[in-house]
Ligand binder design. Structure first.
Ligand code: SAH
Ligand code: SF4
Length: 342
């Protein structure tokens, strides 16, 4: 992926007319072309000159695994400097949702998440995020399908890489390019309060998800270390500002850890916080990621949901396909591909 302004600069500096830039941009974002040689609408000389200056694709595909049921596939990429990046494409029924990584690793270090285990290596650029989506679109094309949703729920904390994440959203939304509706995109944060406030002021109608995982500061502090910096009172004050300003629904993600955060005490604490018209709670059964936790039994998960619903919380259980290929929520981890990528 190359931003349009960068293409325009290259094209005009070569003394070529501006419409050539539009052709290149459309070839990348709509034609899904991966190299200049494939842009046959351009004169051969221009293709060569552009190839010498610009890199059309920022990520190299290393390996793709498909889940047994065929409803999820995980692709491992390498960045130009050899970092691993994982992306998941989930294709249940009519949807095709790309779960994008925003960083290599993550600095937050939640107790149940594989992505945080090795810390943060580096932020990804907007182009690297968009390339994850374009690659998914390319994979869907032979089936006559296309990407319907993008969620920033892969590796990384998007609000620790705010500018590039929002730039990626704008690139994907560009009506002259990929043109994905803003409301088809969701950004998920572990609770970076200044990020939530900034996000509330964005012009795009993007969705926001806040990863909650506990209703009390004591437990949340153990599960999400960021809670010590932004405790629940500060987090919910920001959530209130968000819904007041945007009038949009706000989603809360809750990884259910058997006998840890599915207790009556947590349900009561959650109810006090979440019984609000625009708040919606998504329960996700914990996917084994090498931590000390256990997945809740299905009946326990249903009982927890019913308890919350009966108390007036809008609540659903979210399926997370791809656990057999370590592609489910929270299972993306840094692997040693640095050598393999070169
Ligand atoms: N850093 C951001 C976005 C990436 S994580 C955030 O935390 O919101 C995306 C979602 O996957 C979060 O809701 C996260 O809590 C969840 N997740 C992490 N580890 C998980 C696991 N082992 N099982 C199920 N979901 C998990
Ligand atoms: Fe980072 Fe999100 Fe994983 Fe927490 S759940 S370690 S914030 S990626």
């Amino acid at each position: 992926m190359i931003e349009r302004a960068v293409i325009e600069e290259a094209v005009t500096s070569l003394g070529e007319p501006r419409y050539r830039a539009r052709q290149v941009y459309e070839a990348l974002t709509r034609g899904l072309v991966t190299d200049f040689a494939g842009m046959t609408t351009l004169p051969a000389r221009l293709r060569e000159e552009l190839a010498a200056r610009l890199t059309p694709v920022t990520l190299t595909e290393i390996e793709t695994r498909v889940s047994r049921r065929g409803d999820a596939r995980k692709t491992l990429f390498a960045t130009a400097d050899g970092h691993p990046v994982e992306t998941v494409l989930m294709t249940p029924a009519r949807r095709a949702t790309v779960c994008v990584s925003s960083q290599v690793g993550c600095a937050v270090g939640c107790a149940f998440c594989a992505s945080g285990r090795l810390g943060l290596r580096r932020d990804l650029s907007a182009e690297e995020m968009v390339d994850q989506v374009l690659s998914a679109q390319r994979a869907l094309r032979p089936e006559g399908r296309h990407v319907t949703n993008v969620v920033f729920m892969g590796m990384g904390e998007p609000f620790h890489n705010y500018d590039e994440t929002l730039r990626a959203c704008r690139l994907l939304n560009d009506p002259e390019g990929f043109s994905l509706a803003a409301r088809a995109m969701s950004v998920s944060t572990a609770g970076v309060v200044p990020g939530i406030d900034r996000f509330a002021g964005e012009a795009l109608q993007l969705n926001l998800a806040v990863s909650l995982h506990a209703g009390t500061d004591v437990l949340r502090g153990e599960l999400v270390p960021l809670n010590r910096r932004y405790p629940l009172a500060a987090l919910f004050a920001a959530c209130e500002r968000y819904v007041t300003r945007t009038r949009r629904k706000l989603f809360f993600e809750y990884v259910v850890l058997a006998d840890v955060n599915d207790t009556a005490e947590q349900a009561a604490a959650l109810t006090r916080r979440l019984r609000r018209p625009l708040y919606h709670l998504n329960l996700i059964a914990y996917n084994a990621a090498g931590g000390p936790f256990e997945r809740p039994r299905p009946d326990a998960l249903v009982a927890f949901r019913k308890r919350l619903e009966a108390a007036g919380v809008h609540c659903t259980v979210r399926r997370s396909p791809g656990d057999d290929i370590e592609a489910a929520c929270g299972q993306l981890a840094l692997r040693k591909v640095e050598g393999a990528a070169r």
